[in-house]
Design a binder for this molecule. Structure first.
Ligand SMILES: Nc1ncnc2c1ncn2[C@@H]1O[C@H](COP(=O)(O)OP(=O)(O)OP(=O)(O)O)[C@@H](O)[C@H]1O
Length: 825
């Protein structure tokens, strides 16, 4: 920069005067000084403080670090400075310095008088226009303004004039720049042209950071602000606020829109489609220093692989996600409870085994006691016998010595007698021993029995306790299972109990009149004008049967929990209703797939036993025909009882496997009225209603649930002129159109919450009343043809679908009752 000497002085005075406050406006180098020493602040708050003060120390430190990151340029600078110090012009420089000092002294003398004028000058210097004038008017002094960061942490303001350098010391006096300092620190970012530029550049230099971390966002009430992802100890996204001249922390809501963050949020979302809340992901990114991989692994650790799947409903809101998580949490708790239950059941099994072992032991010991008792009895009998023998011997000996008669020779030999008495003694001894042994054994047995009784008592007690615990766990499990189901159904309720999907038939037409623009939008082009329709999901020509089925899957599952579920296909003749509902053998439609899914779920729930019954009827020319009856022709009627609608006499066949169901459906299909129309060679001339009743009895909770899955393939809506129907076909077409009109009237009445809904205007609406009056969950497919010739029908079908979409069916009712004569296990 070029500056006049007196201005330099003024500048220095100003610098001295303002240093005690701040030198923020002195450019990047002079922007340091809240005090002479840089103190390293620790902790997040300090970080934030530093970062939020771009002209303050932290930014200086930041820049100093940036400078430090360029060692080569530094070395060059220092080397050139050193060579200047060693130059032979040293003397000349010293003289010039002297002259400068003299000039300063002179000026200092005048300072008192001219202080006000100088201050004016200072202000002038700091404003752009007058500087240009001053420079052109007076002698110019080439002066470079620099900042020197000493290794001891102090930042000095320096001025360099042709290699002569001075610095402002702690007492705010100019001092020659010591040579040895070149190796004790480094210079920071000089090269600003005028002091005015310095002032503006303080802001703009700090603000302009052009790299891939720079971005801008529009904030309402504030306009477009520049953002920059600072690479601090942790990344922090701030925005530049020109009013305060600070980098401020970006609120989460704004931060979502920053490219840098957006990219990462998208990366997380594409890996974990189960995560839908961008704000939450942004918050997690903040926590993980904007590392998307870390966020992904964090979520996977927390919620498992479920997040890798697209959540049902795809774009569900935050509350849904919370329910979804609560659901996961519940699942985890249920899993824990199941494990505990298993452990307890194992414990109980062990106890039972131990119990039966001890019972066997008791039986064995009782047998031993019995045996010993027998032996004792035998011994006693022996003893008795021996006594008898002795007595008889003695008796025999007694008459041998009659007192009155003379002594005759004894009939018993003395030896024998001796032998007998010895035997008797021995017998007595062994008898005594035996008695004491038996006595002893009996006592031992008694003791053992007592101990066993104690152990058995304890076991019984333990068993009781275990049974109590098992019961407690079971009831907890029951509660959790019920809660889990209710959460799941709440989730579905949030998505609406009536869902309308649009499916476009495959066509070879090169110029289709139907385009799928988004997942939920379809556009019909008619004579150049476009009409848009919104649905819960739009399936394009390329959508597979699998994709279509996936849309209905969450609703079908509810059937197992005791909800009535109805799936309808509506559309022009030949638009693919039968293909969607029935499909073909290689590519089955919603009917077969949902039945398969129901069977799969039923098989999975080993604690619930299910009974499945299927019925099939058609509504042909306003008459109900049972398609499974062995006596065709019998008239069927609809009976209403309270809220329920039934068809007395309708054949219901109990089925267990997919093969059973396919057999039954094949029979029904054969009996159906199918005729050829001009538009569809295999046109269905009747409405087909397949009902699968699922009754589940939960062994654990003791509850019985009854849900019905009603699958309805409507006959095609058609314009009689177009199909060129005649005779019988004409009568059929009139009946079909009448019932479809009645269906439209029902939906219109439901849409505007009319007091009277004309369910009884046709057999179709009468039969479907329970499915359409709020007790059920309903899915409607509107099938359209993409061919331009069908555009009018396509528009009317889509209009019909739009009307249905605005219908609110209300809360679906779960049909669960405690089982009769069944007690929960
Ligand atoms: N998405 C599709 N992919 C391939 N073929 C399809 C598709 N949709 C319909 N089709 C074919 O178009 C023809 C007419 O379809 P489908 O019989 O299902 O119409 P529909 O609406 O039931 O007619 P109708 O009301 O007259 O019974 C059938 O041959 C069917 O195989």
């Amino acid at each position: 920069m070029n500056i006049r000497p007196e201005i330099l002085h003024t500048l220095l005075c100003h610098s001295s005067a303002s240093q005690s406050h701040s030198e923020l406006r002195m450019g990047s180098g002079a922007s340091v000084s809240e005090g002479p020493r840089l103190e390293r602040q620790e902790g997040g708050e300090a970080e934030a403080m530093r970062a939020s003060t771009p002209a303050g120390r932290s930014d200086t430190t930041l820049q100093a670090e940036e400078e430090a990151a360029k060692p080569e340029s530094h070395t060059l600078e220092v080397q050139s400075l050193k060579s200047e110090e060693m130059s032979p012009q040293k003397e000349e420089k010293k003289e010039e310095e002297k002259r400068e000092k003299e000039r300063e002294e002179e000026e200092e003398e005048e300072e008192g008088k001219e202080e006000e004028v100088k201050e004016e000058t200072t202000r002038t210097v700091l404003s752009p226009a007058p500087v240009a004038e001053s420079v052109s008017e007076s002698e110019e002094l080439s002066l470079d303004f620099e900042s020197f960061l000493h290794n001891n942490g102090t930042l000095y303001s320096c001025f360099n004039h042709h290699g002569n350098r001075v610095y402002v010391d702690e007492a705010h006096k100019l001092q020659p720049f010591p040579k040895e300092w070149f190796s004790q620190g480094h210079f920071i970012s000089p090269n600003t042209e005028t002091s005015t530029q310095l002032q503006t550049q303080t802001s703009s230099q700090t603000a302009v950071r052009e790299d891939d971390r720079t971005g801008s966002i529009y904030i309402q009430g504030k306009g477009t602000v520049m953002t920059y992802m600072f690479e601090e100890r942790v990344n922090v996204c701030r925005f530049w606020d020109p009013h305060s001249g600070l980098w401020l922390l970006l609120p989460l809501q704004w931060e979502i829109n920053v490219e840098f963050v957006k990219d990462r949020v998208q990366r997380v979302m594409s890996t974990l489609p189960g995560l839908v809340d961008q704000k939450e992901i942004t918050a997690a990114l903040r926590q993980c220093n904007y590392d998307p991989d870390e966020v992904i692994s964090l979520y996977l650790t927390m919620f498992g692989e479920i997040l890798l799947q697209v959540p049902p409903g795809g774009d569900q809101n935050y509350a849904d996600l919370n329910s979804f998580r609560a659901l996961l949490e519940r699942d985890r708790v249920i899993e824990d409870l199941k494990q505990k239950l298993q452990t307890k059941e194992k414990d109980a099994d062990n106890l039972f085994q131990r119990n039966s072992y001890l019972a066997r032991e008791v039986r064995y010991l009782s047998e031993v006691v019995q045996h010993l008792n027998q032996k004792l009895a035998e011994l006693e009998a022996d003893q008795q016998e021996a006594r008898e023998k002795i007595r008889s011997l003695l008796h025999r000996r007694a008459p041998a010595v009659p007192p009155t008669k003379t002594v005759t020779k004894s009939s018993v030999e003395p030896d024998l007698l001796r032998q007998v008495s010895r035997l008797t003694r021995e017998l007595n001894v062994s008898n005594k021993q035996l008695r004491s042994t038996v006595h002893q054994t009996l006592n031992d047995m008694k003791n053992q029995l007592e101990q066993l009784k104690g152990a058995v008592g304890k076991l019984a007690q333990g068993e009781l306790e275990a049974a109590g615990e098992v019961e407690e766990l079971r009831s907890l499990y029951r509660k959790e299972a019920v809660e889990r189901k209710s959460l799941y159904n709440k989730l579905l309720e949030l998505q609406g109990n009536i869902r309308v999907f649009c499916r476009c038939r495959k066509s070879s037409s090169s110029n289709p009149c139907v385009e799928k623009t988004e997942d939920q939008e379809v556009v019909v082009v008619q004579k150049g004008s476009k009409k848009r329709f919104q649905f819960d999901k739009v399936f394009s020509q390329s959508s597979s049967q699998d994709d279509v089925f996936a849309g209905t899957l969450p609703v079908i599952t509810s059937c197992v929990d005791g909800y009535n579920v109805c799936i309808l296909a509506y559309g022009q003749t030949g638009s693919g209703k039968t293909f969607t509902m029935m499909g073909n053998k290689e590519n089955p439609g919603v009917n077969i797939r949902s039945i398969r899914e129901l069977l799969r779920i039923c098989a999975e729930k080993d604690k619930v036993s299910y009974t499945l019954k299927i019925s099939m009827l058609e509504i042909y020319n306003e008459t109900l025909n049972d398609l499974l009856t062995k006596n065709p022709g019998a008239a069927l009627d609809i009976r209403v009882q309270g809220k329920s609608v039934s068809v007395p006499g309708l054949t219901q066949i109990q089925v267990q496997t997919e093969a059973d169901i396919l057999n039954v459906m094949e029979t029904g299909e054969k009996n159906r009225k199918i005729a050829s129309t001009k538009m569809n060679t295999q046109s269905s001339r009747s409405h087909l209603v397949v009902a699968l009743e699922v009754e589940g009895s939960d062994e654990v909770s003791g509850l019985t649930s009854r849900g019905t899955l009603t699958l309805c393939d409507l006959a095609g809506s058609e314009r009689i002129s177009k199909t060129e129907a005649e005779g019988q076909r004409l009568v059929e077409a009139a009946a079909i159109n009448k019932s479809l009109t009645a269906l439209g009237q029902v939906f219109s009445a439901l849409k505007c919450n009319a007091l009277h809904v004309p369910f009884r205007n046709s057999k179709l609406t009468h039969l479907l009343q329970p499915c359409l009056s709020g007790d059920a969950k309903c899915c409607v497919f509107v099938n359209v043809s993409p061919d331009s010739k069908d555009v009018t029908e396509t528009l009317s079908t889509l209009q019909f679908g739009s009307t249905i979409r605005q219908v609110s069916l209300g809360k679906a009712t779960q049909n669960v009752v405690p089982a009769k004569n069944k007690t929960a296990k």
